[in-house]
Design a protein around this ligand. Structure first.
Ligand SMILES: Nc1ncnc2c1ncn2[C@@H]1O[C@H](COP(=O)(O)OP(=O)(O)OP(=O)(O)O)[C@@H](O)[C@H]1O
Length: 465
């Protein structure tokens, strides 16, 4: 994909000489003889750099620069100035120009300044993306998990990442398919390139095409300006197509063509765009079945599924549940400024017994919610949602009714009096401590203990700190 330069200069010959030279150096070039035309070109096309003459007819260079800044605050602008104009060039730099060239410069100098300005602006863009990703809390950390099945998955990731082939990632919703796609990208030779994701199910059919392929100005009514699609934006990197099973058949045919030829046309375009992009895809549908039923093209399936990675649902790897939970607690401690240190054993049991239909995403949400509800450094059953604690209603621990309910709902079989009363004592202690925000004297009062000693005795007995 070549970068695009716009030259705004009214001289009769020079701009064309620059344009020829820059084209030879693999840039795409537009020229404009005045500010107005230049601004129009800027709106119509995706421009990566502007070369702007300071002395222009009608609107002067500084004025045009100010307007460019308004239209596109990020595009680097290099000013072209005559010898006597250096002061104005300095003013232009203050207005945000990236650099200036004194006329009479040679072509090698032009190339150098252009390259430098483009590099600086790419770096600024990268920095912005990085900052965004950092603030995007957990995007880049992933947990490998303890279970053998997840270790196998990460082994495969490490092996397929460096091979530049398409990988199909399958698994229920929330099992971490996008996380795995990211891990493949990060461990591949494309790690320094961009990673873009597109959810094929979350986007209307007509938009899907323009999101992928981009469009030229006036390709359709709303297209005022050229737009690059994700296939182009992911140049040198990875494009992740989530829920690819939802892609309509005609789009499947178009995607297949791109994967085969590595080139395509923007919508309404007549110039072929060549790309170097690795495509990873994911689905929570059974594509083999969809293939059989005719809703997914088998030739596309084989293109996408050169290798397949299946992510097991969380319920099939209970060994990972507490590990993920702990990891999410660490993450949320950081972002919420909290210091939650443990999930009490009863709450752990609830987490382990639950079937997690929403998989890791659901676990993460449950932990976040529990941390919001907990006012201490522990997560208790009372902080877990109803579907997880089930019929053991510990929410209203202040009343004894839930315990009656619990007793009534149990199968009729002997109970250990000591065990049940011990659990009850523990719940009461935790409730009192939490309600009293860990002020022990107040907690003792809440439990009607005349002396704090009694509370201390029970806390020791149940190892509550
Ligand atoms: N290995 C992991 N380490 C850390 N977080 C993970 C891991 N796997 C999944 N998650 C977290 O779980 C959530 C769901 O993950 P992701 O979006 O990758 O799932 P998905 O399978 O692509 O879901 P869907 O099919 O609904 O798009 C995300 O918040 C992600 O950060």
């Amino acid at each position: 994909m070549s970068l695009t330069i716009l030259i705004i200069d009214d001289e009769p010959y020079l701009p064309h000489q620059f344009a020829r030279f820059l084209k030879k150096n693999n840039y795409e070039v537009f020229t404009a003889a005045d500010g107005e035309t230049g601004l129009m070109e800027l709106q119509k096309n995706t421009i990566d750099l502007v070369l702007l003459d300071l002395r222009l007819p009608r609107q002067g260079g500084l004025e045009v620069l100010a307007q460019i800044r308004k239209l596109d605050p990020d595009v680097p602008v290099v000013m072209l100035t005559a010898y006597g104009d250096v002061q104005t060039a300095v003013a232009a730099m203050k207005l945000g120009a990236a650099d200036y060239l004194l006329k009479g410069f040679d072509l090698a100098e032009l190339l150098l300044v252009v390259q430098r300005a483009l590099e600086t602006s790419a770096m600024a863009r990268e920095l912005r993306v990085l900052r965004q990703e950092l603030s995007n809390k957990y995007h880049f950390h992933y947990v490998v998990g303890q279970s053998e099945r997840m270790r196998d998955v990460f082994d495969i990731v490490a092996r397929v990442a460096p091979r530049d082939v398409s990988v199909l990632i399958t698994g229920e919703s929330g099992t971490g398919k996008e996380v795995i796609a990211h891990a493949i990208h990060e461990q591949s030779g494309r790690a320094s390139g961009p990673f873009h994701a597109l959810n094929c199910a979350a986007i209307a059919q007509n938009l899907l095409e323009s999101e992928l392929f981009g469009y030229e100005p006036y390709a359709f009514t709303d297209a005022k300006k050229q737009k690059r699609g994700l296939l182009e934006l992911a140049e040198g990197g990875t494009l992740f197509l989530d829920e690819v099973g939802e892609m309509p058949l005609d789009m499947q045919a178009k995607l297949l063509r791109v994967l085969e030829t590595r080139k395509f046309f923007r919508l309404g375009g007549s110039k072929e765009v060549h790309i170097n992009v690795r495509v990873l895809a994911a689905t929570n549908r059974d594509l083999e079945q969809a293939k059989g039923a005719g809703s997914f093209r088998s030739d596309l399936f084989f293109r996408l599924a050169v290798l397949t990675i299946h992510l097991p649902p969380l319920r099939e790897r209970p060994g990972d549940i507490l590990l993920f939970a702990t990891r999410f607690i660490d993450d949320f401690n950081r972002t919420m400024g909290r210091n939650v240190r443990r999930i009490v054993p009863e709450a752990q049991q609830f987490l382990l017994r639950y079937s997690w239909p929403g998989n890791i995403r659901e676990l993460k949400n449950v932990i976040e919610r529990a941390m919001i509800l907990s006012t201490s450094d522990e997560i208790l059953p009372v902080h877990l949602p109803r579907e997880i604690v089930g019929s053991v209603e510990v929410r209203d621990i202040q009343s004894l009714d839930p315990w009656e309910q619990w007793l009534n709902q149990r199968p009729i079989e002997p109970v250990s009096f000591e065990e049940v009363t011990a659990r009850f004592e523990q719940h009461l202690l935790r409730w009192a401590l939490e309600t009293a925000q860990h002020n022990r004297t107040r907690a003792a009062e809440l439990l009607g203990f005349g002396k704090y000693d009694q509370l201390r005795y029970l806390m020791r007995k149940h190892s509550i700190e």
